[in-house]
Design a protein around this ligand. Structure first.
Ligand code: ZN
Length: 311
């Protein structure tokens, strides 16, 4: 009888401690193998979270290679990935224009950060066509991108203060690599001759990039690919190409080539040969596992491709 009672008491203790344990677990729903599950939108953010979070995070990005964030609508499987996340990082500034409602909803349930919101407003660029809109393509200015990534670091620290030192150290290491990338890009871009410093692409993703490296940027579509381009836009780009004797225009991995082909054909009609200078990664990165599947790799690829096409 006594033994039975003791066994019963023991069982109650085990059950109770189990409840306490699962109670603790409930505050970190979705955690797999003790890692913090992070869901991001564009790969550029996912790559940064991997670098800053290191061994403590498991990252899933909703938007893979070739995906256009301006038009992207969440799929059923994405909702699952957002629901099982411990933290969500997205870019903001209306980049993910069709997902705002979902992020608002998620923000009530778990830490959900629009990382570009932490960049001081006076450092952001306006849309050239529409002065009320902000240009969301901030990852092309490495200094601004670092400000946005401090939000990633701070968000991880808030969620997992125990590993604060790791997040700080990883961020410092990654920022040093980004500084190297900036030095490389500045050096390479300076090789483009003065008269060739015009970058023509399918949509206005490169204004921060152009401002940084003294390059005039002309995109066929506005800041968001949601806008249609018109014949007048094609004609004005063609005129610039002919007048300034520009050698190359560029396609983007996440945008159809159709618009850029129209520009090349238009220039040809005027007797001016324009080359397709190669593919740039603007809003989406390259395939996972390749150089271009990382932020630093895609940035370098863009710099090398632009310099090669225009110098
Ligand atoms: Zn874009």
């Amino acid at each position: 009888m006594k033994i039975r009672l003791m066994a019963l008491v023991g069982m109650i203790i085990i059950l109770a401690s189990g409840l306490i344990l699962s109670g603790c677990g409930a505050t970190t729903t979705g955690t797999k193998n003790d890692k913090i599950v992070v869901t991001t939108t564009i790969g550029q953010i996912g790559d940064a979270v991997k670098n800053i979070g290191g061994e403590h995070v498991e990252v899933q990005s909703l938007m893979g290679p070739g995906v256009d964030p301006h038009l992207y609508k969440a799929k059923q499987s994405d909702i699952g990935k957002l629901q099982e996340a411990d933290i969500i990082f997205y870019s903001g500034l209306h980049l993910e224009g069709k997902m705002l409602e979902i992020f608002e909803k998620m923000n009530k349930e778990k830490p959900t950060y629009a990382i570009a919101d932490s960049i001081p407003k006076d450092k952001l660029r306006k849309d050239q066509a529409d002065n009320t809109a902000t240009d969301p393509h901030v990852w092309f200015d490495i200094d601004l991108w670092k400000i946005a990534l401090e939000q990633v670091r701070d968000g991880l620290i808030e969620k997992d203060p125990e590993n604060k030192e790791d997040y700080i150290r990883n961020t410092e290491k990654y920022f040093a690599e980004l500084d190297e990338l900036k030095a490389y890009s500045t050096e390479e871009m300076s090789k483009i001759p003065e008269e060739q410093r015009v970058l023509v692409t399918a949509h206005d993703a490169f204004n921060y990039f152009g401002a940084k490296y003294d390059l005039q940027v002309m995109g066929l579509q506005g800041l968001s690919t949601d806008a249609e381009y018109g014949l007048a836009d094609v004609q004005s780009l063609v005129n610039t190409l002919v007048e300034r004797n520009i050698k190359a225009v560029f396609v983007e991995s996440s945008i159809s080539e159709k618009s850029i082909n129209a520009v090349i054909a238009g220039a040809q009609d005027k007797g001016h040969e324009v080359e397709k200078g190669g593919e740039l990664f603007s809003d989406a990165m390259g395939k996972e596992g390749t150089e271009e599947g990382t932020y630093i790799g895609m940035y370098k690829h863009n710099v090398d491709t632009i310099v090669e096409g225009l110098k």
